[in-house]
Ligand binder design. Structure first.
Ligand SMILES: Cc1ncc(COP(=O)(O)O)c(C=O)c1O
Length: 366
């Protein structure tokens, strides 16, 4: 079976270093179990993402919650967001009692920011498949960047995680720099927001001496050293994994052209980190099932149009053309950095066998 994410191979890469360091961490817990690896990771992330501040948290979702809290989003506030993403983008907005105002994506699968006219308290933008939205087209005083999938991706030659008043990362098992389970980070260049984020990831208070002067609502998203250590080990591999992702994407591009299969286009304004390799076919569920029967695991990213989900939306009469297109036609091939050349070849050969004539030449526009 060609797995979408062969997680045992993450262990093959980072396992030895992790086990060695974690045993030292626990054996010397009274002196070592402070925030050594948390600080190491935060320093590396600031450098990689070109940000002044970075704070590890327990997940990408918790990080979005913290961004919304730090942006002073209150129940009833409007927050512009995308109609097409991982549900983690929109759930924190709902959880705060705020109103998500959904907008369509562009032809690249990232949030379309060109036509946002709604007066909302904040705009929560999302980059998918390793690309980002077109940040220069945004005109809003509070931009929150859900860059969970964007580590290593560039917008106009700068890390796309460096855009927005705040941005977040996820280190979930399916991300470019994974841990087992998940982990996250909030990043900003703004000192006042940084102070709030620090407090809000630990239930809003600095220490036990604050008495009645608790000033912020927060959650418990405090990082732990053992998970930070996993991330620290993964960060050592990031460059190597990124190179491998690029090789696999280039191989697929060359091979799939010959098969007349439509590949998700990447925008000129951004450089993808190859987080997902996505193609367009007529019947994606059928192809997913056939590929699985033939030993290749693909995934459907994604299958929802948030504006049409009653529990999330007050815009059930909206008509989002690209969201519907991606929802219907977009499917991701295995493209993890652990895919061997033989497995990549198997994916192409299996695709050749499983693809129907109607799946070829599917158009994104029009
Ligand atoms: C776009 C997007 N936002 C947010 C998240 C949430 O991250 P996590 O799974 O770490 O909570 C994810 C990851 O699943 C994601 O892909």
């Amino acid at each position: 079976m060609v797995k979408f994410i062969p997680i045992n191979r993450l262990y093959n890469d980072i396992g030895e270093q992790y086990l060695d360091l974690v045993s030292t961490l626990y054996k010397n817990a009274d002196t070592h179990f402070e925030d050594h690896y948390t600080t190491e990771c935060e320093t590396l992330l600031k450098k990689i993402c070109g940000r002044k501040h970075a704070f590890l948290t327990t997940s990408g979702t918790a990080s979005i919650n913290i961004m919304l809290l730090a942006a002073d989003i209150n129940p009833g506030d409007n927050v512009v967001t995308t109609s097409y993403s991982c549900p983690a983008t929109v759930m924190p907005i709902k959880l705060m009692g705020a109103n998500p105002i959904f907008y369509d994506i562009n032809r690249y699968g990232c949030q379309d920011v060109a036509n946002i006219t709604h007066t909302a308290k904040a705009i929560l933008v999302t980059g998918l498949y390793g690309d980002s939205c077109d940040f220069d087209k945004i005109d809003h005083p509070m931009v929150l960047n859900d860059s969970a999938q964007c580590l290593g991706g560039l917008y106009k030659n700068k890390s796309s995680v460096s855009y927005g008043d705040m941005s977040i990362l996820s280190f979930a098992t399916n991300k470019n720099c994974p841990v087992f389970g998940t982990y996250g980070a909030v990043l900003t260049d703004n000192d006042a927001l940084a102070d709030k984020i620090w407090l809000m990831r630990r239930n809003g208070y600095r220490n036990r001496d604050v008495g009645n002067s608790i000033q912020h609502i927060g959650i418990n998203a405090q990082p732990h050293e053992d998970k930070a250590l996993q991330l620290y080990c993964s960060l050592q591999y990031l460059e190597k994994w990124q190179l491998r992702r690029k090789q696999i994407a280039n191989f697929y591009k060359d091979e799939l052209k010959k098969l007349d299969i439509t590949i998700r286009p990447s925008p000129a304004y951004s450089e993808t980190n190859n987080h997902k390799f996505c193609i367009f076919v007529n019947d994606k569920t059928n192809l997913r099932d056939k590929m699985l029967d033939n030993g290749v695991e693909c995934q459907l990213h994604y299958t929802y149009n948030f504006s049409q989900v009653p529990i999330l939306s007050k815009q059930l009469d909206s008509n989002f053309i690209f969201t519907e297109k991606f929802k219907q036609h977009a499917i991701s091939l295995p493209s993890s950095p652990w895919l061997t050349d033989t497995e990549a070849e198997t994916v192409v050969q299996t695709l050749k066998k499983c693809i129907a004539d109607a799946d070829k030449g599917v158009t994104i526009d029009g």
